[in-house]
Design a protein around this ligand. Sequence first.
Ligand code: DAH
Length: 339
Amino acid sequence: MLEELETIRKDALAAIATVTDEPTLEEQRIAFLGKKGRLTMIAANMRSIPADQKKAVGQALNEVRQAITEAMEKTASDLTAKRDAAAFASIDPTLPSRALPQGALHPLSLILDDAVRVLRRMGFALADGPEIETEWHCFDALNTPADHPARNESDTFYFDSGKLLRTHTSSVQIRTMEAQVPPVRVIAPGSAFRRDEIDATHLSAFHQLEGLYVDRGVTLADLKGTLEHFFREMFGSSTEVRFRPHFFPFTEPSFEVDLKLHAVGRAAKWVEIAGCGIVDPAVFAEISRKRGDQAYDPTQVTGFAFGMGLDRLAMIRYGIPDLRLLIENDLRFLSQFSA
Ligand code: DAH
C-alpha cells in the first residue's frame, strides 16, 4: 500500500510537471484528487487495511495529498503569472495616459466671481434676499407706485398668494436696510425674473448685481467714482463710462450707465449696462416707518444704489452674441471657458 502511494506521488508530480495550461491542470487534479481520483480511491479503501498498518498508511496518504496539492497550487500560480506577464507585454507603460474630460466654470460664474472680488476690495459685503418676494419689498418700499408699469401682470410673474418672482435685485436693498443700521455697504448678486419675450438680448430669468451704500454724506461723486473704478477693473483701465440722466422711482437723481465698446472691425458704440442713482429720501422714509426708528432718518443719511445686468457683463467680456447661449448648456459653447 505504501509503495502504491509512492507510485501515485511520482506519477502525479511527473504529470503536473508537464502541464502548460489550466484545463490540463484541472484534468490532473480530477485524475488524482477528484471523487474517483487515484488517491481518493485509496482513501476510500482505508477500511480494508489491517489495523496495524492504518496509522502509517493514513500518514503517508496525507503526505502524498499535501505534496500533490502543493505542486498543483504552485503550477497554478506559475500559469497565472505567465498569463499576466504576457498581457503586460502588449502594454506600453511609457505612453501618456488619456486626458480626463475637464469641467469649466460657467461664464456667468466667472464674471460674478470677478465682480464680487473687485467690489469686496472696495469694502462691499455680500447681501442676499429671496427670489419669491412680497410686493412691498419689490415695489412699494422702493417708491414704485401701484400704477407703475413694472407692476403690471403682463410684466411680472405673480403667485396666487400675491407674492411674485422679484423683477430686480433692488428688493435686497430693502431687506438689508430692514436688518442693518448704517453705515451699509452691500452688493447682492442674484436672479431676477420678468415676463419678457425670450430673444438674443432678453431672458425671462436673468441675473443682476445690486449695490447699496448708505452713510452720512454719501454723494454722487462717490457713486460715479465707485462705478467708474469698478468698470475699469472689469474691462481695462481705458474703459470709457458714461452717466446718462434717467428715471428710477427709488433714486433721485437717477442715471443709466453706458460703456463704450470697441468691437474689432466695427464702429465703437455705447452699451447700456446699469442703472444707478442717489437713494430717494422717500425710500428712507418708508424704511424708517417700517423699522420704527430713526436709523435711516432722511435728513441725516444719504446713499447711492446701482443695479447691473450680469448676463450683459458676460456678453461684453466674452463677446457672446446671444444671451440664450448662456442657458442652453451646449458643451461646445461652455467648454470654451475652461482655463
Ligand atoms: N432695478 C433696476 C432695474 O432692474 C436697476 C437699478 C436702477 C438698480 C437704479 C438700482 C438703481 O439700484 O439705483 O432696472
